[in-house]
Design a binder for this molecule. Structure first.
Ligand SMILES: [Zn+2]
Length: 81
């Protein structure tokens, strides 16, 4: 899958948010420059395409997926982890 094409397609719907932290997707070029990513959730009950913001992308890489998901609710509620 071409990430840029997918991002553009999602941007044109005007309804893009980070799957993890709910950050709003900026418009097309800006999203790509900022480093937004499009990923496939294959192990989801319904295989789907998700958007991931640059912040979550970096944290997910740094922490690993399990730790990232474990600490996510804390970050969303503003509680330091
Ligand atoms: Zn995010």
């Amino acid at each position: 899958m071409n990430v840029q094409e997918a991002l553009y397609a999602i941007c044109t719907t005007g309804k893009g948010r980070c799957w993890y932290c709910d950050a709003r997707l900026p418009g097309g070029d800006e999203a790509i420059r900022a480093g937004w990513d499009v990923q496939r959730l294959d192990d989801h009950p319904v295989p789907s395409i998700i958007l991931v913001c640059p912040t979550c992308l970096r944290l997910k890489t740094e922490l690993g997926e399990v730790e990232f998901l474990r600490t996510l609710p804390h970050r969303l509620s503003g509680v330091p982890c």
